[in-house]
Write a protein that binds this ligand. Structure first.
Ligand code: ARG
Length: 564
C-alpha cells in the first residue's frame, strides 16, 4: 500500500488537483506530534488563488480520510494526518508475513529486457579491486531489476582481444615457459607482460612484432589463436574462483573476442553511412560537432579498437536481446569512451542510442598498510576476499567461540562486508577499504545487518510455538514497534527507487535503518517473556524483520546466516 498516494487521492478528491502531484509534496514530519504525514498547501495557493491556511481549512472540511488515518488536524497551511496505528501495523505485518521472501516483488518491469554489462575484467591481467565494484554493483542491479519483473541479461564483456595479446604472445615466446604459466597462472602472464613493456622501451621493434601477432590473431592464425585460447582459459579459471566466492553469475561470457568476425560488417555500415573518415592513416568517426575527440575505429596498422568492439557489441545485443536498456558498469574514467561511441550509434541513425547508459562509479582506495599484498602494488580480488574472511574469523573466534560452521559463517560475513561496504554510498563516491570500519558489527555495515538478522533468527528459535494466526496487532502500540513497521512498509518502494536511480545504496541504507529500528524495538520491548498476546504480536515483528532483512541482503548479493 502506498500510503502517500492513498492520502493524495483523498486530497485530490477534495481539491481537484491531480493525486500524483499532491503525493510528491506530502511530507513525513520529523516530529510525530505533527502527524505521520503532512501536506503543505502552499503550492495550491497559485492554482486555487487563495491563502494557504484558508485552503487547508476548506480541504479539511471536505476531506474523506483513508481508512488507515485516524485523525486529521489543520495547523496553519498544513494538513496533518495521524495514522490509525493498529490498522496500519496489522496491514504491514500481515502483508510481509503472507508474502514472505516475495515481499517487494513486483511485475512493473514485465515484458522489458535490461542488459547489464558488468565485471568485464581483462584476460591475462589480474582481477583487481577496481573490477570488484563493477561486479558487485552490476550484480545488485541485476537482482534488483529481476525482483521488479524485468528480464535481465548479465553480460561479461571480457577484455580478451586487442594489441595487448600480441604483446603477450611476443613476451611468452621470448621470456615465458609452459611450466611457469601452468604453475603461476595470471601472475606469470603479468610478469612477462610487464617485462615486455620494460624491454620495448629499449627496443621499440618489439611493439611492431606485437602488432603483427595481433593482426595474425584477427586473421585466424592457428599458432596465435592457440596461445591466446590458452591464456584465456587460465584467466577464466581464476576469475571463476572469484565469482564463486562472490556468488555472482553471468548469462553470457561474450567478451571482446566474440566480435572479431562481426566488426567488418559494422565498419562497412559506417562507411556506407558516410561516417568514416581517414585521419593520419587511421579510420575515425569525427565528433567535432559534439565537442568530443574523434572515435577511433581502425588503427593505422589495421587493428580494431575497444570502441569498435563496443559499437559492434551494442548492435549485436540490440539484435539478440532487443533490450529496453543496456547499462555499462565501469569506473568514471571511461566516461569519454562511452560518450563517444554512444554518439557514433546515434549518428548511425539508431534512436535506441538513448537506451545505452553508462553507469559510472568512483575509485577504490585502500586503508594502507593493513591490506597485505603478496603481489606488489596490484591488490588481487582473491587475496582481498581471503583476507576479509580471515579478519572476520578472528572476530567470530572472539565473540562466539562455540559457533558451529565458523568457516562457513566467516565466509558469508567477510564477503558480505566487502560487498556491503562497496554498496553503501552513491556509486560515484570513492570507496575506502578499512577492515576496522567495514567489519564493525555495530556500525553501518553488512555484518551489522547480518547480525541483526541472526538475532531475529535466534529469538524465533526460542519460540517454536509461534504461529502467524489470530494476532492482536493492537498490542503493538509503542513508538518503536510503529517505527519498525514504517520502515518495513517502505521497503518495496526502496527497491523501485534503487532501480530507478541505478543506485543500490538506497537499499543498503534502508537495511541499516531497519536494523537500527529493530534493535531499538528489541531493547525497549521484552519479547519471549511477555504476556501471551503481546509476545505473539512482537514475535510477528521479529518474523517480518527477519524476512525483509534476508530479502534485502539477497538483492544485494549477500547471504544471511542464521547464526553468527
Ligand atoms: N575490460 C574493461 C576494463 O577493464 C571494461 C569493459 C566494460 N564494458 C564495456 N562494454 N566496455 O576496463
Amino acid at each position: 500500500m502506498d500510503m502517500k498516494l492513498e492520502i493524495a487521492k483523498s486530497l485530490s478528491a477534495a481539491c481537484g488537483v491531480a493525486a500524483e502531484e499532491i503525493a510528491a509534496a506530502i511530507e513525513v514530519p520529523a516530529n510525530t506530534d505533527m502527524g505521520d504525514f503532512a501536506y503543505p498547501c502552499f503550492k495550491l495557493a497559485k492554482v486555487l488563488r487563495k491563502a494557504p491556511p484558508l485552503i487547508a481549512q476548506e480541504i479539511g472540511e471536505k476531506l474523506e480520510k483513508p481508512d488507515f488515518i485516524a485523525d486529521v488536524k489543520i495547523v496553519g497551511a498544513y494538513i496533518n494526518f495521524f495514522m490509525d496505528k493498529h490498522f496500519y501495523t496489522k496491514k504491514v505485518l500481515e502483508t510481509v508475513l503472507t508474502e514472505k521472501e516475495n515481499y517487494g516483488k513486483s511485475d512493473m518491469g514485465a515484458g522489458k529486457t535490461i542488459v547489464i554489462d558488468y565485471s568485464s575484467p581483462n584476460i591475462a591481467k589480474p582481477f583487481h579491486v577496481g573490477h570488484l565494484r563493477s561486479t558487485v554493483i552490476g550484480n545488485a542491479l541485476y537482482q534488483i531489476h529481476s525482483q521488479l519483473g524485468y528480464k535481465c541479461v548479465g553480460v561479461n564483456h571480457l577484455g580478451d582481444w586487442g594489441t595487448q595479446f600480441g604483446k603477450l604472445i611476443v613476451a611468452y615466446k621470448k621470456w615465458g615457459s609452459k611450466e611457469a604459466v601452468e604453475e603461476k597462472g595470471i601472475q606469470e602472464l603479468m610478469r612477462i607482460y610487464v617485462k615486455f613493456h620494460d624491454e620495448a622501451e629499449k627496443a621499440p621493434e618489439l611493439d611492431d612484432e606485437a602488432r603483427l601477432w595481433f593482426v595474425k590473431m584477427q586473421d585466424g592464425d592457428d599458432e596465435a589463436l592457440t596461445l591466446w585460447k590458452w591464456f584465456y582459459d587460465i584467466s577464466i579459471k581464476e576469475f571463476e574462483r572469484v565469482y564463486d566466492m562472490l556468488g555472482v553469475k553471468f548469462d553470457a561470457y561474450t567478451g571482446e573476442s566474440f566480435y572479431n568476425d562481426k566488426m567488418a560488417a559494422v565498419v562497412d555500415e559506417l562507411k556506407e553511412k558516410g561516417l568514416l573518415e581517414e585521419s593520419e592513416g587511421a579510420m575515425i568517426v569525427n565528433l567535432e560537432d559534439k565537442n568530443m575527440p574523434p572515435c577511433l575505429i581502425i588503427r593505422k596498422d589495421g587493428g580494431t579498437l575497444y570502441a569498435t568492439r563496443d559499437i559492434t557489441a551494442a548492435l549485436y545485443r540490440k539484435k539478440t536481446y532487443n533490450f529496453d536498456k543496456c547499462i555499462y558498469l565501469t569506473a568514471l574514467d571511461q566516461n569519454l569512451h562511452f560518450a563517444q561511441w554512444f554518439e557514433v550509434i546515434h549518428k548511425m541513425g539508431y534512436d535506441w542510442y538513448k537506451d545505452l547508459i553508462h553507469v559510472p562509479f568512483g575509485l577504490v582506495s585502500l586503508d594502507s598498510g593493513k591490506l597485505s599484498t603478496r603481489h606488489g602494488n596490484v591488490v588481487l580480488m582473491e587475496d582481498l576476499l581471503h583476507q576479509a574472511i580471515a579478519e572476520t574469523k578472528k572476530i567470530i573466534e572472539e565473540k562466539n567461540p562455540s559457533l558451529p560452521d565458523k568457516e562457513e559463517v566467516a565466509k558469508k560475513v567477510g564477503i558480505g562486508a566487502v560487498i556491503f561496504n562497496d554498496l553503501y554510498n552513491t556509486r560515484i563516491k570513492d570507496v575506502v577499504f578499512s577492515w576496522e570500519r567495514m567489519l564493525n558489527f555495530d556500525g553501518e555495515t553488512g555484518p551489522y545487518v547480518q547480525y541483526t538478522h541472526a538475532r531475529a533468527c535466534s529469538i524465533l528459535k526460542k519460540a517454536p510455538d509461534f504461529t502467524a494466526e489470530n494476532i492482536d496487532f493492537s498490542k503493538l502500540d509503542d513508538e518503536a514497534s510503529l517505527n519498525v513497521c514504517k520502515l518495513l512498509e517502505a521497503f518495496p518502494s526502496k527497491i523501485v527507487d534503487a532501480a530507478a536511480k541505478l543506485e543500490p545504496y538506497v537499499l543498503t541504507r534502508h537495511l541499516v535503518a531497519i536494523s537500527q529500528a529493530f534493535n531499538k524495538f528489541y531493547h525497549d520491548n521484552p519479547i519471549l517473556n511477555s504476556e501471551a498476546e503481546v509476545r505473539q504480536a512482537r514475535l510477528a515483528v521479529v518474523v517480518a524483520v527477519k524476512t525483509v532483512l534476508a530479502a534485502g541482503l539477497a538483492l544485494l548479493g549477500i547471504d544471511a546466516p542464521e547464526q553468527m
